[in-house]
Design a protein around this ligand. Structure first.
Ligand code: SAH
Length: 444
């Protein structure tokens, strides 16, 4: 059969066949089926805004519905079509489409650009049991991936939307918890979450680290302090075999960049010879490298970070790490030009771009530091190179690293393509929950 239609009628027929009409499928069961519309229960009379509880209704435009159907969980305020009179910021709302059909329940944020954060696609009560179940589910994932019955390690035990608890982040450091309530709805319920966490985990202390700048976008004040228990002081914990300390109340961020924990342990496995850790912060990569390397140079632009690193090195009993306060860009260029050689290099810079507009500058940054690393790597050398810029995705990051390798005339083996630790899951339909890239490369 020729593909070229002779008449408009033929063309329409061909089109139907291509789309997998019934006739085509009868002949060819492999033909693609038209996409199925997700089934939704029809609205029950009088139930709009009601359902299993009396949450107020928020209606969404078509774009929002499509976004939810495609697996996303955030709706921007511009895609909210209507808000009932009793809807309040921080409340749980009942989501309906243009015809009033139920589509889910969500946290509503009045001041946030992300007005709606989906909690469930089912018409179920969102009550204390609901949140307790969500917390237990989050905990059971961590038990499965990295059990820690003696509570000697650190882990992110609730990772916001990726654990279906939008706006709630909980990190455990040994027997203490650090909590962030990043949106109106979780902030209003922080006492509730604290008491549930207390019942589930019996921590020695629960600290709130609500001094994250993102809270300003939600109209929330910056705050830190104790939610339960006694002031924990510096908390010692293990990362792999290395002893680290987090100051839950005074430390930068919530503490220790836990998303990199598994990558740091893995980097330690490949470390050898002379090692360089750029953007070291408190030296967490450096201390893992020191387990196998002969010597480690750890570089950070901040002298408080370096001081913290020196303290951590002393505590862990290693004499192999030297902390240098310097701009890593300058140090890498200078050392590459003077012909320094390393067997192991780690690059873990801060996000070079937070938006779409500065991607080019970010790529130039990634290329520059990776180029210098490739120029300095000895034969058999290992490069652990990371990016936490969400707007530079896996493919773009790899392409940039390849360009750097090509400029340095090095052929590169990929040993591992990694992301954030398994206690930082992402949602398949929410690309924003996936940001960290970590390549372990070897130069043969
Ligand atoms: N690798 C660390 C986390 C790094 S966070 C860990 O695993 O825990 C990024 C660090 O880069 C911060 O400590 C910051 O002070 C440092 N930094 C930012 N710009 C820098 C620059 N130009 N040169 C060196 N360090 C820099």
């Amino acid at each position: 059969m020729s593909d070229v239609p002779r008449t408009p009628r033929d063309a329409r027929r061909n089109e139907r066949l291509k789309q997998g009409s019934r006739a085509a499928r009868d002949v060819n069961p492999q033909a693609p089926r038209p996409p199925q519309q997700p089934r939704r229960p029809p609205p029950v009379l009088g139930s709009v805004g009601g359902g299993t509880s009396d949450e107020p209704a928020v209606s969404l435009n078509r774009r929002a519905i499509e976004r939810l159907d495609a697996g996303h969980v955030w709706i921007y305020s511009s895609d909210v079509a209507g808000v009932g009179p009793t809807v309040n910021g921080g409340g749980v709302v009942h989501l309906v489409d243009g015809r009033g059909w139920f589509v889910g329940k969500a946290f509503y944020g009045e001041k946030s650009q992300i007005a709606v954060r989906l909690l469930t696609r089912e018409d179920e009560p969102v009550d204390q049991d609901f949140f307790r179940r969500r917390l237990s589910q989050a905990l059971s994932l961590r038990e499965a991936t990295a059990p820690d019955p003696d509570k000697r390690r650190a882990a992110r035990i609730v990772h916001g939307e990726a654990d279906l608890l939008p706006g709630l982040v909980v990190d455990r450091y040994a027997d203490c918890l650090s909590v962030q309530t990043l949106i109106e709805a979780t902030d209003a319920r922080r006492e509730l979450f604290a008491s549930m966490l207390q019942d589930l985990l019996h921590p020695r202390a629960i600290v709130e680290r609500n001094d994250a700048k993102v809270r300003a976008y939600e109209g929330l004040p910056l705050r830190k302090g104790l939610l339960a228990g006694v002031s924990p002081g510096p908390v010692e914990f293990l990362e792999g075999e290395v002893k680290l300390v987090a100051d839950l109340l005074e430390g930068q961020k919530t503490g220790a960049f836990l998303d990199q924990a598994e990558n740091r342990i893995e980097a330690g496995r490949y470390a050898h010879g002379r090692a360089l850790d750029c953007f070291t912060y408190g030296g967490a990569f450096a201390l893992q490298l020191a387990r196998r390397a002969d010597s480690v140079k750890a570089v950070d632009i901040s002298d408080t970070a370096a001081a913290q690193g020196r303290e951590a090195a002393t505590r862990s009993g290693t004499g192999k790490v030297e902390f240098v306060v310097a701009n890593a860009f300058d140090l890498l260029r200078k050392e590459a030009e003077t012909g320094e050689r390393y067997d192991t290099v780690v690059l873990d810079p801060p996000a070079f771009t937070k938006g779409r507009t500065s991607i080019d500058a970010a790529l130039r940054g990634y290329k520059e530091i990776n180029l210098r690393a490739f120029q300095m790597l000895a034969r058999g050398g290992v490069l652990v190179t990371c990016s936490c810029s969400f707007h530079v995705d896996d493919a773009l990051f790899e392409k940039t690293v390849l360009e750097a390798a090509a400029d340095a005339r090095r052929t590169v083996q990929v040993v591992e393509r990694r992301g954030a630790s398994r206690d930082h899951p992402s949602l398949l339909g929410v690309p924003e929950t996936r940001y960290l890239k970590c390549l372990i490369l070897r130069v043969p």
